[in-house]
Design a protein around this ligand. Structure first.
Ligand SMILES: *[C@@H]1O[C@H](CO)[C@@H](O)[C@H](O)[C@H]1NC(C)=O
Ligand SMILES: *[C@@H]1O[C@H](CO)[C@@H](O)[C@H](O)[C@H]1NC(C)=O
Length: 263
């Protein structure tokens, strides 16, 4: 009996992490523009469905797609993008979740956006393609502070300069990621990404605004994420981007993360 119980207990703990990973359909956040309420009878409603179907089926193969459907004032524009370092399978399941969830979370809005770590999806009845948008921001901060803010912020600034410069190189498709050793045992990891519809200067502008939140909102925290409609910025003291650094024994678990939404 005891060994059966132990076995069950073993399975319980073994399985639990996978179960919680399966909750990946919970987004990090969404923005449902309350100034764009539409009724089910509106042609925009069915145009959104068309745009979503297209995004979900075609975006994962390249990790990025912009599209539109409809005509005149009812035309709907859509964009879906995965984080540049995730696999096509992860990208595909993320965009599928996004497509499902966004309709449930923002059922009556023509302008809606949804954020995950692995992907971002939005649609609107006004065009936004190629435009920088840093209006609505979602922030995730680790509540713990680093022990040596001065040194940390200097290293963080250097790392950010480096990957922001990488992100605007056309071959990198808006993505910059790297790491730097703070001590023999602590490595700082950071990743930035612009949506791929942005021209170089607009990408740089979005990243500068995102990183501009570091002193105020991220404020020497051990980890921080800035989620905008045009770019994503994140740093952590554990490996979080792919390929995962398996040499680093620091892991994400046990962190207390706080979500902030502005405005
Ligand atoms: C981190 O520092 C901020 C002020 O900069 C403070 O409000 C917060 O409570 C600190 N967090 C912890 C876990 O001590
Ligand atoms: C892990 O450590 C080994 C040996 O020190 C090194 O060759 C390898 O590049 C490291 N991997 C990463 C992802 O840093």
């Amino acid at each position: 009996m005891t060994s059966l119980f132990n076995l069950l207990l073993f399975f319980f703990f073994l399985v639990l992490p996978f179960v919680s990973n399966a909750q990946s359909d919970d987004p990090l956040g969404q923005f449902c523009n309350q100034d764009t309420v539409i009724s089910k009878a509106s042609p925009i409603w069915s145009n959104i469905d068309h745009v979503l179907t297209e995004l979900v089926s075609k975006a994962p193969s390249t990790g990025f797609l912009t599209t539109s459907y409809g005509s005149g004032n009812d035309k709907v524009y859509g964009l879906a993008q995965c984080r540049g370092d995730v696999s096509q399978d992860d990208c595909s399941s993320c965009i599928q979740d996004a497509g499902k969830q966004i309709r449930q979370l923002c059922p009556d809005q023509a302008d809606a956006r949804i954020w995950y770590d692995y992907c971002f999806l939005r649609y609107d009845d006004k065009t936004f393609i190629g435009e920088v948008d840093t209006y609505s921001g979602i922030f995730y901060i680790n509540v713990e502070n680093v022990t040596d803010p001065e040194k940390f912020n200097k290293e963080l600034g250097r790392l950010m300069d480096r990957i922001e410069a990488d992100a605007v190189v056309p071959e990198n498709r808006g993505l910059g990621k790297s790491k730097t050793k703070l001590t023999p045992f602590i490595t700082l990891y950071a990743l930035v990404q612009c949506t791929r519809d942005l021209p170089k200067l607009s990408c740089a502008q979005c990243l500068a605004i995102a990183v501009g939140n570091f002193p105020g909102i991220c404020n020497s925290r051990k980890g921080c994420r800035v989620l905008y409609s045009s770019c994503y910025v994140r740093y952590e003291l554990y490996p979080f981007f792919f390929p995962l650094d398996r040499n680093d024994s620091n892991i994400a678990s046990g962190q207390t993360i706080k979500k902030l939404v502005y405005p």
